[in-house]
Ligand binder design. Structure first.
Ligand code: UDP
Length: 492
């Protein structure tokens, strides 16, 4: 029967929403288009959260064979609080310990894959794992299985990282800007270097960890990117050159647009902190393309003083907004003191601001016709979600590769205008007001250009994922290679 010939894929995202969400979308795509059996591996709390999501997928398409498997995890020996299994609500100082602790999963992961082999009497077709879990290559090699990296970040940012890491240690320089070694046309400013690179001296713990990670990633069987050729062609080519292996850009991998307007989408990642219907009604009460959506993603926040200036600037702009509020940096809970006095009441009274404390139904908001702009930290998923809905972005990158995403989209793509950088960056009420007004002003040349670019990108993204588009062609090529490969040439 069909069941007995299905090939099995093991998928392993890093423990962060920005990674798990696109892995789920990719699993769906591979299960439906490739007819594969998929096992998604993660730690117990993440698996528990995914149960209802996967149950719903099974209801939507009976034929989808997606399973969940958990690995025991305890990060306390790395200084993590008990039950920490995600970057969500994790202070930045604990990002490295979580990454280090995730290496403990190597043995249990190998055991789990061996159990699958024993049960099915044959090897899984491949292991598709996260850019942060390079060590899974060693497991794959020991068992004789191809390992594919699924990069949930863009090709531009990944290329910059890999180039910088290939040239460690970085010499001290007094200059505020410098060129990326292998991509000299990219000039970075000091403020765009994430902390990880700023401290890199070849022997610091980040570097040691990434050294192994990078070499594993570069020598894997191939790489799948959540991006599309039209958006990042040159950087995908760069990645092809440095790996010498296939690179498949199959994105943007998002739920079908037809399902976006339903409440189901309200709990992508986490369950929404607001009632989806209430949120939709609020959006319905505003004119087309008139609402600014504000979010800094699943793991980043801004400082208290930045939060105040942003609020004052929003109020002064008189633009309607939906704001997914997270506790400011250094706090664990949001209090009304963090916002200007009476702000929340005024915004509610004049129907200008819809505040969400906690997890927002982001894709549902972005896909609503009233949404006309996104003030974003430029996490890659947020970027893809925004441009695929034709929504231009006000950039405020906070950490990691967000600086590069913002730079790509501002300088090379033209869909971002940057407002601020990081949690120490200066943000002034007047500047917020000016940029927000510019984005929504029907007569401002820059605003018009940003909106036009967003619509162009929406069209390009739609073409990429259409049946003859570049992303689907790459996806089919990947599926074919997997089905007809004779083992694992060129790995490790
Ligand atoms: N997200 C959401 N609601 C929130 C915060 C985040 O739905 O309140 C989703 C968002 O749509 C995206 C992912 O979580 O799919 C965040 O990924 P991204 O790469 O944008 O940022 P990260 O959280 O990894 O920094």
């Amino acid at each position: 029967s069909q069941e007995t010939v299905r090939m099995h894929l093991v998928m392993f995202p890093y423990m962060a929403q920005g990674h798990i969400i696109p892995f789920i979308e990719l699993s769906k795509l591979l299960a439906s288009r490739g007819g594969f059996t998929i096992t998604i591996v993660n730690t117990p709390l993440n698996i528990q959260r995914l149960q209802s999501k996967i149950a719903l997928l099974r209801l939507q398409a009976e034929n989808l064979d997606i399973r969940l498997a958990e690995l025991p995890f305890d990060g306390t020996s790395h200084g993590l609080p008990p039950n920490t299994e995600s970057t969500e609500s994790l202070p930045h100082s604990l990002f490295l310990p979580l990454l280090q602790a995730s290496q403990q999963l190597e043995q249990p992961f190998q055991q789990l894959v061996q159990d699958i082999v024993r049960k099915e009497g044959r090897l899984p077709a491949c292991i598709i794992s996260d850019i942060f879990l390079g060590w899974t290559l060693d497991v794959a090699n020991r068992l004789g299985i191809p390992r594919i990296m699924f990069c949930t970040c863009g090709a531009y940012s990944t290329s910059i990282y890999y180039s910088l890491w290939a040239h460690l240690p970085h010499r001290q320089t007094d200059s505020d800007t410098f060129c990326v070694p292998d991509l000299p046309h990219i000039r970075l400013h000091r403020s765009q270097l994430s902390q990880i690179l700023a401290v890199s001296e070849a022997s610091d713990p980040w570097t040691l960890l990434w050294k192994r990670n990078t070499s594993c990633n570069l020598s894997s069987w191939g790489t799948i990117f959540n991006t599309f050729e039209d958006l990042e062609h040159d950087f995908l080519d760069y990645f092809r050159r440095i790996t010498g292996r296939p690179v498949w850009p199959v994105g943007p991998i998002l739920p079908l647009t037809g399902t976006l307007k339903t409440k189901k989408i309200a709990w992508r990642g986490n369950e929404s902190a607001v009632d989806a219907e209430t949120c939709l009604q609020w959006l319905d009460s505003h004119p087309a393309s008139s609402v600014l959506y504000i979010s800094f993603g699943s793991q980043n926040s801004i400082s208290v003083s930045q939060m105040r200036e942003l609020s004052l600037g929003l109020e002064a702009s008189q633009q309607a907004f939906v704001w997914a509020l997270r506790p400011p940096v250094g706090t664990t809970e949001l209090s009304s003191d963090h916002l200007p006095h009476g702000f929340e009441e005024r915004m509610r009274a004049n129907n200008k601001g819809f505040l969400i404390r906690g997890w927002a139904p982001q894709l549902m908001i972005l896909s609503h016709p009233s949404t006309g702009g996104f003030l974003s930290h430029c996490g890659w998923n947020s970027v893809l979600e925004s441009i695929s809905q034709g929504v231009p972005i006000i950039g405020w990158p906070i950490a990691a590769e967000q600086f590069y995403n913002s730079k790509l989209l501002e300088e090379e793509v033209g869909v971002v205008v940057e407002l601020c950088r990081g949690i120490d960056g200066e943000v002034r009420k007047n500047n917020v007001e000016r940029i927000v007004k510019m984005l929504f002003d029907g007569h401002d040349e820059k605003g018009i250009e940003l909106r036009k670019r967003a619509m162009d990108l929406k069209a390009a993204a739609t073409i990429a994922v259409s049946s003859t588009g570049s992303s689907i062609t790459h996806l089919d090529d990947f599926i074919q290679k997997l089905k007809y490969s004779k083992g694992m040439e060129n790995q490790g």
